[in-house]
Design a protein around this ligand. Structure first.
Ligand code: MRU
Length: 491
């Protein structure tokens, strides 16, 4: 039998997290390597540094762009200038604050947490939720989510090309986290271009934006974050001779995006929790799909943030975790985050959800979103749509918990959302073991679209929306935009 994911508690190395150069761990053909052994031979992994425009379908790479980004990635030097500043401080401060608030020990996660009894979490739980990334003086340091839960490993990005590859290869994943990381990637580019002429700078930044946007096409948060950064540049004068000022503007915008996300996610989680049923005589039973915790969202988490909020509020809660075939974000990452936090949870096969609804009693399904169309149709991890159908059949409310940065008012309905098609091997292998006939074709959409009529509520940082969602989404996006102050004015 293949090495199927185990239901054992998280297994972490006893050592400190390892720091790997970005190109370690990417698969030879750009394929996600969740199936590869954690300590297996990845020697062929980093052969392709062209990264940005690699064609995942294999239908033929755009060579000009590949060459451009190879050259671009290689010309990035490690200057003394940094893109850390306040954002790095925010990251550190928030991690420390979170660890104090949660009465946990962040360092425990770094060392490798001892297995916990999930039915009897320690007093004071949860503890140990980790942010997906740190932004150091000249580097972006990401937890390599491909390796979880077997290893806690960090990967370092020193150039925008590294960041493109990290998003494309799912070192970092989850729409809000990818948006934040994309903004940092652009800040790294702007920093590198301090001394470039205005025309070169504009062209290079624009190429970087294209590469970052194309890395994972369904998640709208990437485009949203980059649009914000580009708008800040435009406000500062995109052909300004002052490259240092442009770099500073992008850095500040990226910092603002990261800081706002933490606050927004906590707010939406609090709003969603207040809307959930309160069972009189038993614990709150939730079911979630994919991964929406801090690793997917940067700091707090969206749907999984509701679980954090519930535990902070002293609620007795248990979470059914869809394993989330084929990439197993649920079994690998959500279960790991909940385990680190001491939250009781049970992994189920995606196909077991109907049985769980019928026999166990679930109070609410909580999911995130990669893109919400103007009418409320929601693209989320593949498997969300059938889960929504089942939930409706059993009268269980489905909550989409996502910030306004996931709302795409320019896309009228879900049929127009681009759906990322992922590699065959993700479906036909598990940890490198082939589980399907080699001659069989495979279809592997990364996301599906849940029609708005199956969604009970969309919870953003601006409030809990009920159907019909259209008008509420417009108001929420406008309210969120009105709260923001352009950072270019500060520089
Ligand atoms: O392919 P992924 O892992 O980047 O998918 C994103 C997800 O984790 C989910 O679909 C999630 O619900 C939205 S992002 C918090």
């Amino acid at each position: 039998m293949p090495d199927a994911p185990s239901s054992d508690p998280p297994r972490l190395n006893d050592s400190e997290p390892k720091d790997r150069a970005m190109n370690d761990g990417a698969s030879k053909d750009g394929a996600p390597d969740v199936g590869a052994p954690p300590n297996g031979d990845r020697s062929g992994a980093s052969a392709d540094r062209s990264g940005a425009s690699a064609d995942r379908s294999g239908a033929g790479p755009d060579l000009a762009r590949r060459h451009f980004f190879r050259a671009f990635a290689d010309q990035i030097v490690h200057t003394a200038a940094t893109v850390a500043g306040v954002a790095g401080e925010l990251q550190r401060t928030s991690a420390e604050a979170a660890s104090v608030i949660l009465r946990g020990d962040v360092d425990q996660a770094r060392r490798g947490a001892a297995p916990r009894d999930m039915d009897n979490p320690p007093a004071g739980a949860p503890a140990g939720f980790r942010t997906a990334f740190r932004w150091d003086d000249r580097r972006l340091i990401l937890i390599d989510q491909r390796q979880l839960p077997n290893e806690l490993v960090e990967v370092t990005c020193e150039s925008p090309g590294d960041v493109v590859r990290a998003i494309r290869d799912m070192v970092v994943r989850g729409a809000p986290a990818m948006g934040q990381v994309a903004a940092i990637g652009l800040a790294l580019a702007a920093d590198q271009l301090r001394d470039a002429g205005p025309g070169i700078r504009r062209a290079t930044l624009s190429g970087t934006v294209t590469a970052l946007r194309n890395a994972r096409p369904t998640a709208i948060n990437v485009r949203w974050a980059l649009d914000r950064c580009m708008a800040a540049i435009a406000a500062a004068g995109e052909l300004s001779e002052d490259g240092a000022r442009i770099a500073e503007v992008v850095r500040l915008e990226a910092e603002a995006i990261i800081a706002e996300a933490a606050a927004d996610h906590e707010r939406l989680a609090t709003l969603a929790l207040a809307d959930l049923p309160v069972p009189a005589d038993r614990r709150l039973e939730l079911l979630t799909h994919c991964n929406t915790g801090p690793l997917a969202c940067g700091q707090f988490g969206t749907a999984l943030g509701v679980v954090q909020a519930a535990v902070h509020a002293g609620r007795d809660v248990h979470v059914f975790v869809d394993e989330t075939r084929p990439y197993l974000q649920g079994a690998r990452i959500t279960a790991w985050e909940l385990g680190q936090a001491g939250v009781p949870h049970t992994i189920i096969a995606d196909a077991a959800a109907g049985w769980v609804f019928a026999t166990r009693g679930v109070d609410a399904v909580l999911v995130g979103a990669d893109r919400i169309a103007a009418n409320g149709d929601t693209a989320n991890k593949i498997g969300t749509y059938p889960l929504a159908v089942l939930a409706q059949r059993h009268g269980v409310p489905l909550y989409v918990c996502a910030p306004t940065s996931s709302v795409d008012l320019a896309t009228p309905d879900g049929s127009l959302i681009p759906i990322e098609q992922r590699v065959r091997s993700e479906l036909t292998t598990i940890r490198g073991v082939v589980i399907a006939p080699p001659e069989s074709q495979a279809l592997n959409p990364g996301f599906d679209v849940t029609p708005a009529e199956l969604i009970g509520a969309i919870v953003t940082e601006e409030g809990v929306l009920r159907p019909p969602f259209g008008p509420g989404l417009v108001r929420a996006v406008e309210a969120a935009a009105a709260r923001r102050r352009p950072v270019a004015a500060d520089v």
